[in-house]
Write a protein that binds this ligand. Sequence first.
Ligand code: GLU
Length: 489
Amino acid sequence: MDPTPTPTRPPARTRIAPSPTGDPHVGTAYQSLFSYALAHQTGGRFLLRLEDTDQVRFDANSERRIFAALAWVHLLPDEGPEQGGPYAPYRQSERLPIYQAHAEQLIAAGHAYYCFCTPERLAAMRKEQEARKQPPRYDRHCLTLPPTEVQARLTAGERRVVRMLMPDEGVTSFHDVVRGEISFENRLLDDQVLMKSDGFPTYHLAVVVDDHLMGVTDVIRGEEWISSTPKHVLLYRYFGWELPTYAHTPLLLNDDRSKISKRKSPDKTRLEGFRERGFLPEALLNFLALLGWSHPDGQELFSLDEFIRVFSPARLLKAGSVFDMNKLIWMNGQYIRLLTVDELAMRLIPYTTHTAEEVRRVLPVLHDRLRLLSEFDDLAVIFFTEPVYDSALFSSKQFDAPALADHLAAARAWHADQPWPWEKEAWEAGIRQLAEERGFKKAGDLFMLLRVAVTGRKESPPLHDTMLLLGREATLARMDAALGVLRGA
Ligand code: GLU
């Protein structure tokens, strides 16, 4: 893609930093979209960093699945564990000495300290705080240990973590592109663990060190990280580094306005699920873009290229957005309509049991009705399999089964008399006239009788198109089969 740098700002380096902990999350595509757009719009780079510092939740397959899911939505990073790049490695588990060195730097400067407290002591402390209705915070027991004792315990290889020393007073503020100035009172900040006892950094240390070392200029991430940001801002200050620009995107919500989650709403969170159900990646991206941002011209449908052109972090929304599945399905249908029959046939191959040739043959009739690629076989079945009639579908308020059979027989005879191919307007006029002659109160009821006879269903693509595609003989044969059922009923 040809990036068009905006003259107003230097190239952006942006990143997506997923944790490989199971099913790739829709949030990864949602956040990537904005970061990708900003980087590409400014002639910058979009990078993927794997935040695999949680040994407990680590899932070895997750990394590959994240890459595949990002490739599916066309949001491949310019730098990352697969691509490489000037700031490799891009997996945090391969950068442990870097975090260790930075933690030691903070300790030397008096901004962090070793803590040897056992899990049991911390649990007892927390219990006591709870009983006294105090917020859970580390009581700084280890901050005051004499340096000689600290040294001795380190030498003895005792289990320890590194904690960040938070300021006791004042406020920490930062500017968020979407929300403006955000401030937190320092006295409410806990002395955050930076290095865990397993030698891995926590998210807070790793994200700051890596965003800085990897030259990230713009951090676009979910609103749920706002409360972590003051810790990050303090770390930047302790290291003497320049802050990136922060933009926090709105949460994605269920209909009841709770946050979407893997547990509660797997249909909305599992990125691979969208592919399995036959969403087009371009439709999903368009939908996700509108959950977090509004188009300056109020446009609803736009391509990724168009989005890259017009995206601006300043237009990100503030309030959480309800993930409206019906709107996404509607949008998917719109995108399906934009494809040519050949393109759509190609896209359908993984979703259908039919050959590309068969798909192309029936698509002209189904194109306008398809909303999800996975619906194709169900919609197409009427063209490939003889209907199995459910006699209940023939029921009519006006006529009993023998009368309906007579009407159908008359309609069959009428069709057999018409020159093939049945011409649309003459066909419709003919059926209406027949309905009138045979005393139908509503012509629609005769059309419905024919629809059920020809497709076995009350819903189908336009009936005339369906008949033409089936052909004269097959259509008449189905009417005969339906007559058999009606007469037997
Ligand atoms: N590893 C964090 C996540 O899983 C990254 C958050 C961030 O973008 O700073 O979302």
